[in-house]
Design a protein around this ligand. Structure first.
Ligand SMILES: [Zn+2]
Length: 119
């Protein structure tokens, strides 16, 4: 941020969080002939790209290019957590069946070996 008086560059001396959306900073003008020190507030004003882990208390306007209607349509085509769980359970079931078949095959092979040994 530039000094509002002389337009020189500034340095942030210190800052503190006011809320989860705002931070107050103290800035000093780097022009020694000016010496202006001032406070500034930085505010988070809108979402440009959605968070993958959204905080339930955060209420931020969406950027104009993130069109609400398009987003809703995209969200509705995605599989839900439930679908994913069912798919995983189905996968686990198939793995268990494969394991049983493998054991059955091994059992048959062992029986054949025993029979061969007996004759
Ligand atoms: Zn200045």
């Amino acid at each position: 941020m530039r000094c509002p008086h002389c337009r020189s560059a500034t340095t942030v001396r210190t800052s503190h969080e006011v809320s989860n959306l705002t931070r107050e900073s103290y800035l000093a003008c780097r022009n020694t002939a000016c010496g202006h020190v001032f406070a500034a507030i930085t505010e988070i004003c809108r979402t440009v790209s959605l968070s993958a882990i959204p905080g339930p208390a955060v209420r931020l306007p969406l950027s104009q290019h993130l069109r609400r209607k398009v987003l809703i349509e995209q969200l509705q085509t995605l599989p839900t957590q439930h679908h994913r769980r069912v798919r995983r359970r189905r996968h686990e079931h198939h793995a268990a069946v494969r394991h049983l078949w493998r054991r059955a095959r091994q059992g048959r092979a062992a029986a054949h070996r025993l029979l061969k040994g007996a004759t």
